[in-house]
Design a protein around this ligand. Structure first.
Ligand code: AKG
Ligand code: FE2
Length: 227
């Protein structure tokens, strides 16, 4: 029987590392690399497959997070997939990833081919519309392998991504305030947050009422097995 679904693996196998044009963004303690890695039609196909297969958390223990000591309903949908036996704790919640599903595993393998890093975990955020957002935070949990950059793949509605140095945030006396860094994360783009970015810089994806489309973001991470 002929496969009527466009074959993602086939498309992915045509993507060559040497064809990718990276943009480097650097500031004190900040090191980012950004590139469009998927053509529009391939990005659309991956998004469609994820819309049909990803299951988001429903359990109350996983849809509320602790921010500055208070519990809040997360203003987006979230899920996690990864290797068996891993555990990731953030914002007061503990996540055990679901087993890999095909589109996510294929994407993990593509990112390994492009970056040379092998990931064992992906956190998925779905922003249903422009009101959904993620507040300022650092991804600096102890179980993250800090020398493997967080690789963030964006699909769907482009959204602004804002980074602020911790000193600018605290307006610490005597520290020169570093300018905010703002990027627009496009459909089919990959952002690498290299060490030591998450040590010094907070990031967020603010609400944007004028860009109401759905966005799915995959952050591939390497968790050190702490069992
Ligand atoms: O949606 C994004 O681009 C960022 C998500 C994020 O910062 C996170 O999952 O830690
Ligand atoms: Fe983050």
């Amino acid at each position: 029987m002929e496969n009527v679904q466009p074959d993602l693996i086939n498309h992915f196998s045509n993507i060559k590392k040497e064809d990718i044009k990276w943009k480097n963004i650097k500031a004190e303690g900040l090191d980012l690399e950004y590139a469009t890695i998927l053509k529009k039609n391939i990005a659309h196909e991956l998004m469609k497959q994820l819309q049909n297969s990803v299951e988001y958390f429903k359990d109350e223990n996983l849809t509320k997070v602790k921010v500055f000591g208070k519990w809040h309903q997360i203003p987006r949908e979230q899920s996690a997939y990864g290797d068996d036996g891993l555990k990731y704790k953030y914002s007061g919640i503990t996540v055990y990833p679901k087993p890999w599903i095909e589109p996510l595993e294929n994407t993990r393998n593509l990112i390994e081919k492009i970056t040379g890093y092998r990931y064992n975990f992906v956190l998925i955020n779905r922003y249903r519309n422009g009101l959904d957002y993620i507040g300022e935070h650092k991804d600096d949990e102890a179980e993250l392998d800090i020398h493997t950059p967080i690789a963030s793949l964006s699909l769907g509605q482009h959204r602004d991504f804002v980074l602020r140095h911790e000193n600018s945030r605290k307006r610490k006396l005597g520290s020169s305030s570093l300018p905010t860094v703002k990027l627009c994360l496009e459909h089919g783009s990959l952002l690498l947050m290299n060490y030591p970015t998450n040590k010094f810089w907070y990031h967020s994806l603010p609400q944007r009422k004028k860009v109401p489309g759905e966005r799915i973001n995959l952050t591939f991470r390497k968790i050190r097995n702490i069992l």
